[in-house]
Structures are given as C-alpha cells and as structure tokens.
Ligand binder design. Structure first.
Ligand code: HEC
Length: 418
C-alpha cells in the first residue's frame, strides 16, 4: 500500500500510495472532509467579514442584533472553529499522502496551520466583543480584521500551492524562483472561494431568526446575488488559465454545472426580491453548499488529470527511475566544464539529449541552433513559447556567463552528434 519513498533531490521524501483502491477510498474521504471544512471555513470567513461590515455601517442596536445572530449561526458553540481546524488538519494530512510533491514540507504545513488556528482562535474574542457592546470598539475591529487576514492568507497560500500541483514543470524551480508560487489559476480558485464564502454569509442573513427583519434579508440577498453573478466570470477565467494537462471533459462539465446552479440560485434570489416573503434562506444556503461541492469536485478532477503518473514523472525527473535511465556517469573532465555544471544543476531537471522530459529532447532542437550561439543564448536568457506541444520554458535567471558556458557546452555536445 504505502509503497516507495523516493528521495526528491535530497530535499524531501515523497510518500507514494500506489494501490488504486486505497487511493480511491482516500480521495472520497478527503473530498468529504474538505467539503465540510471549506463550507464551514467559508461561513466563518464570510460571516466574520459581513458582521464586521454590519457593525461599521452604524452601531445601532438592530445592527448589533443582526451581527450577533449571524455570528451565532455561522459558529454554533465555542469549539466549532477548532473542529473546523481539526478537520482541516485531517483533510490536508490525507491530501499530503496522496500528492507526491516536494511542495509541501514541514515548514509549509506549520505556517499554514499556524495561520489557520490563529485566525480561528481570534474569532472567539471577536465574537465576545461584538456581543458585549452596541458600538464597535477598536479592539473588536482589530481582532476581526486580523482573523480575516490570517484566514485569508492561509487560504491564499493553500490555493497557490494547489495551483502549482497542476504545473509539475515548476516544482523543481520553486526554491530558485519563488515567484513560481503565484499562478493565475490558483488566484482564481482563491477568489472563487471568497465569493462563495460571502454568498454563504449572505444566505445566512436570508433565513432563520431574520424572518421578521427585512433590511438584513434584503442585504443578504443582494450580497449573495452579486457574488453569484461574479462567480461564473471568475470560473471561466480559472478554466482559461488552466494548463492543458489539467483539462478534461469532466472538468468542463462540473464547471458548467456549478455555473448553471449559480444561475438557478440567482433566479431564486430575484423571486425573493420581487416578493420579499417566503423562506428562500434554506434553499439558497443548501444550493450554495452544492455549488461549493461542485467547485471542490472540479478541483479534484483537475488535479487528478495533472497528477496522472506520466505527469508526475515529468515533474519529478529526479526520481530514481528517471536518473537511473542510462545517464552517462560524470567524468572528471565533464565536471571541470562550467557549462556541464550549469546543465546538470539547472537544465537537466527538464532536459535530456535523447528523450523528452518536461522540455523537448535536446538532440531534436539543437540542430537548428548550430552556428547560431547568439540565438540560443537569447532564447535561454528570455525563453519564448516555441512548440505548442510543450509548456513554456521558465525564465531561469541565469547570469550571462552561465548562459554562455552552457551554450558552448550544448553546441559542443550536439556537434559531436550525440
Ligand atoms: C523547468 C523546465 C526547464 C528547464 C529547467 C529548462 N528548460 Fe529548456 N525547455 C523547457 C520547455 C518546456 C521547452 C519547450 C518550450 C517551447 O517549446 O515553448 C524548452 C525548450 C528548450 C530549447 C528549445 C528551444 C527551441 O527553440 O525549440 C532549448 C534549446 C532549451 N530548452 C535549452 C535549455 C537550457 C540550456 C536549459 C538550462 C540552462 C534549459 N533549457 C532549462 C523546459 C525547461
């Protein structure tokens, strides 16, 4: 079951579960744990933001009452935030078992969980302060904002790294070029999560104790409506920015379903605006939870596509399988060649001469650069998209000396007709 533990360039150990039945079971388990976690966390995050806004729109007794009722509904009981954190730990631990990447090391998880638990912990004193006074105090604002900041940052980091999972060609270079952590599809996922969180908070204002209170109901409905109108736009952007590797028919299908459901909820909300009566709250809340599960499902599918064994092998060329595949032993003279050193350190992660790794086999592409060292230098200094079959080669931030050395080495190697 828990099969090979591979050494990832000596930096990280990668547990790989290879038994398909275990993987499926874990996937389902993680899916439901994550579903619970993201809906509860979304409610806490969105509800806190909305309660803070309600309080600052004017500290009237009525607004305080709405804010308190909102906080009571999103966070039943004192231990609830910690339950959410605990489930997150379980879900992410399972997730970690399934994702054989070097991205998630102890430092990453420590930072993520520290942010998560500090954010959740701050919600308790925040709630107590909201309940204790009619007018918001400075402390209350600071605690509320700090909680939102910690939770927001934790989820931004999480979605950024999840975004990286569909880009295996970036992994090796993450420590060299930390900017690689940023990706538009990771950011789009984060925005989708924020929109869903706010819509959930809005839908809470629609039902329950608010039955007799019209202003918060209309406010909640408006918030949910605006978020749901924006959601498909962000989702389309998300699909647009995904690498081909992650796309498949089911990814589109699940996205389309989520967008259709968002449209359906908008229609429900329009009906509510017209009549202002009826218990739309529960229906809207449950539809939103359904959309959240679809959203999460899409994420699992994308990652499933991009983390297929072939893709993983592409992203982790340093796994024993790849390095043992008949690479020539380093000879002393080769080690003395600075170009060979640059090649081994940087390029070899993605290139071999005789076969495709992340980039094309160099034997195929070097002939066109024969006698054109300058063109090759400028490509390496500033890689442009060449072949639609491949991802783009990242900018490697090499110095002109390193580039010139590696180009000499490559042209010499190709001249030898390797
Ligand atoms: C992160 C992976 C990665 C690294 C590291 C990398 N490459 Fe690439 N390389 C690629 C990919 C992907 C392509 C295909 C790009 C395309 O077709 O748009 C490519 C293409 C190339 C090409 C072909 C360009 C063409 O005109 O077709 C050359 C030459 C090349 N790389 C040289 C290098 C050298 C030299 C290094 C080290 C200094 C290096 N690469 C490091 C991924 C990488």
């Amino acid at each position: 079951m828990f099969l090979s533990v591979a050494n990832f360039q000596g930096r990280s150990r990668l547990p790989l579960i290879e038994d398909p039945a275990t993987i499926d079971l874990l996937q389902v388990l993680i899916f439901f744990l994550s579903g619970f976690h993201f809906s509860a966390a979304g409610l806490l995050l969105g509800g806190t933001a909305v309660s803070l806004a309600l309080r600052h729109l004017g500290g009237t007794p009525a607004r305080t009452q709405w804010a308190v009722a909102l906080l009571d509904r999103i966070s039943p009981g004192r231990v609830f935030p910690f339950l959410v954190g605990l489930i997150a730990v379980l879900a992410f631990a399972g997730f970690h078992l399934l994702q054989p990447t070097p991205l998630y090391d102890t430092r990453f998880w420590s930072l993520l969980f520290a942010l998560l638990f500090v954010g959740l912990g701050l919600l308790l004193p925040y709630r107590a302060l909201v309940k204790s006074r009619v007018r918001p105090s400075a402390w209350e604002t600071v605690l509320g904002l700090a909680a939102i900041f910690c939770l927001g940052l934790a989820y931004f980091l999480l979605f950024s790294t999840i975004g990286l999972l569909v880009r295996p060609e970036k992994w090796l270079h993450l420590s060299l070029v930390p900017e690689l952590l940023f990706s538009w599809h990771g950011t789009a996922r984060f925005l989708e999560f924020i929109l869903l969180s706010l819509a959930l908070a809005g839908s809470v204002l629609l039902g329950g104790r608010y039955k007799e209170m019209n202003p918060p109901r209309r406010g909640g409905a408006t918030l949910a409506f605006l978020c749901l109108i924006l959601l498909p736009i962000v989702s389309l952007f998300h699909l647009h920015t995904l690498p081909d590797l992650a796309l498949s028919v089911d990814v589109f299908l699940v996205s389309a379903l989520a967008m259709a459901a968002a449209g359906g909820v908008c229609l429900l909300l329009i009906a509510f605006f017209k009549s202002s009566v009826g218990g739309a709250g529960g229906t809207v809340l449950f539809s939103l939870l359904g959309i959240l599960l679809l959203w999460l499902g899409g994420d699992f599918l994308e990652r499933g596509n991009a983390m297929a064994p072939e893709a993983i092998a592409m992203g982790i060329p340093a796994l024993p399988k790849a390095t043992e595949a008949g690479e020539p032993e380093k000879s002393p003279e080769k080690e003395a060649d600075p170009g060979a050193a640059v090649f081994d350190r940087v390029c070899k992660a993605c290139h071999r001469f005789d076969r495709k790794v992340v980039g094309p086999p160099l034997n195929d592409v070097l002939p066109k650069y024969r006698g054109k060292a300058e063109a090759l230098k400028s490509f390496i200094a500033n890689p442009v998209k060449v072949d639609p079959e491949y991802p783009s080669m990242p900018d490697l931030n090499l110095s002109p000396e390193e580039i010139s050395a590696v180009v000499d080495y490559l042209l010499e190697m190709s001249g030898e007709g390797r």
